[in-house]
Design a protein around this ligand. Structure first.
Ligand SMILES: [Mn+2]
Length: 373
């Protein structure tokens, strides 16, 4: 009996402004591709079941595109006669009952078992019993559900799955809103494997209890992590983490401006960008302690051309303002400063604050230069 454990595919996640030739958000396409690769692997490996431990979708109300993609991949699994079992995670679980669970729609696809009603269900696949505990109404409800999970004597193999942060010897919480947490010693006992979802890095938190991790990176916190799935051979008791391709994400070494000759800062910044391998990557450079007047002299066109090969580039400057302390002034600053202040008070979708600011600065500089270009 071989199962493929996948988790946190976050289908529907979108970010940045790049679009595919088909007009789709390019980052959204990355997440679609990642899920398709998982299904490709399941079919190539002829596993007996695919088990998804939650956050299949990125949101409670995924787009029609995201829904269609997932249903299409479920159809492929069904055609290969591979059952697909999925529990709800904190991202797709509705806060209000009347919203209705998106996973419910997947039940129309033959071969899919979706578990999302806040209580444990046992799904049988041949001689395997999957004890599937979905995202619950609250943390106590989840723990109460887990206390009743026990291996079934009439099943050859018993596997439990749940979506939560585990705390014990390590701390595998994400700090997300709506996160549920399970002490390590309250994980289901006596299982051949426990398939965990929620924490995005693949790791074994207790004997035979694994996070498979996410299949794409949802934030810079996941920068250095490999992404993939676990292939689990229950008969051999073997777990093989299998790395799958994902979009490179790079946090460049921080450029610190404290105690540095101001005149050398722009050059050092361009050099840092020129020497980095940015091809197809999502990349970020933090610049700490840069004085406002130095920041204002940066050539953002040059920054743009130096980072052209990147899929997306963010410049993240911590700007030092000389007269910022103490004096509250109602006077207007420069247009750039005003716009930057305005942006800092806004919640933006995606993560394109720096790109927007860079664009605004280029335009303001052009306007100041009399609109010649
Ligand atoms: Mn997740």
């Amino acid at each position: 009996m071989r199962l493929l454990h996948v988790s946190d595919t976050h289908v529907g996640f979108a970010a940045y402004s790049r679009v595919t030739p088909e007009g789709l958000n390019a980052r959204e396409q990355d997440f679609f591709d990642a899920f398709r690769r998982v299904v490709d692997l399941a079919i190539a490996e002829r596993v007996d079941v695919v088990l998804h431990s939650g956050d299949l979708f990125d949101s409670v109300r995924p787009t029609n595109r995201a829904l269609h993609h997932v249903m299409d991949q479920c159809r492929r699994l069904h055609e290969a006669r591979i059952p697909f079992v999925v529990i709800s995670g904190n991202h797709e679980a509705p806060r209000l009952r009347e919203t209705g669970a998106v996973l419910r729609l997947l039940e129309f696809v033959p071969g899919v078992r979706a578990v999302y009603k806040g209580r444990t269900e046992v799904v049988r696949v041949g001689d395997l019993a999957i004890h599937a505990t979905p995202h619950a109404a609250d943390n106590d409800a989840l723990l109460a559900q887990l206390r009743d999970v026990r291996p079934l004597a009439d099943a050859r193999w018993n596997v439990a799955t749940l979506h939560a942060g585990v705390v014990g010897v390590g701390d595998f919480r994400t700090g997300e809103f709506h996160e549920q947490v399970v002490p390590q010693n309250e994980l289901p006992q006596g299982m051949d494997y426990v398939a965990l979802g929620h924490y995005h890095r693949a790791v074994e938190v207790a004997p035979r209890a694994w996070y498979a991790g996410s299949t794409e990176r949802c934030s810079f916190k996941e920068c250095g992590e490999e992404k993939g799935v676990n292939l689990v051979d229950l008969r051999k008791g073997a777990v093989e983490p299998r790395i799958l391709p994902s979009r490179p994400m790079r946090m460049l070494p921080t450029l610190s401006c404290e105690g540095v000759d101001e005149a050398t800062i722009p050059g050092a910044l361009y050099e840092r960008l020129a020497s980095a391998d940015l091809r197809d990557a999502i990349a970020r450079l933090r610049v700490t302690g840069i004085p406002a007047h130095v920041h204002a002299t940066l050539d953002f066109r040059r920054v743009k051309s130096l980072t052209e090969a990147a899929f997306h580039f963010d410049l993240q400057p911590d700007i030092i303002r000389r007269e910022a302390q103490g004096v509250a002034s109602a006077a207007l600053g420069s247009l750039e400063d005003e716009f930057e202040g305005f942006l800092s008070r806004r919640t933006l979708q995606g993560d394109n604050r720096d790109a927007l600011l860079a664009e605004a600065k280029t335009l303001l500089a052009e306007a100041a230069a009399g609109g010649s270009s």
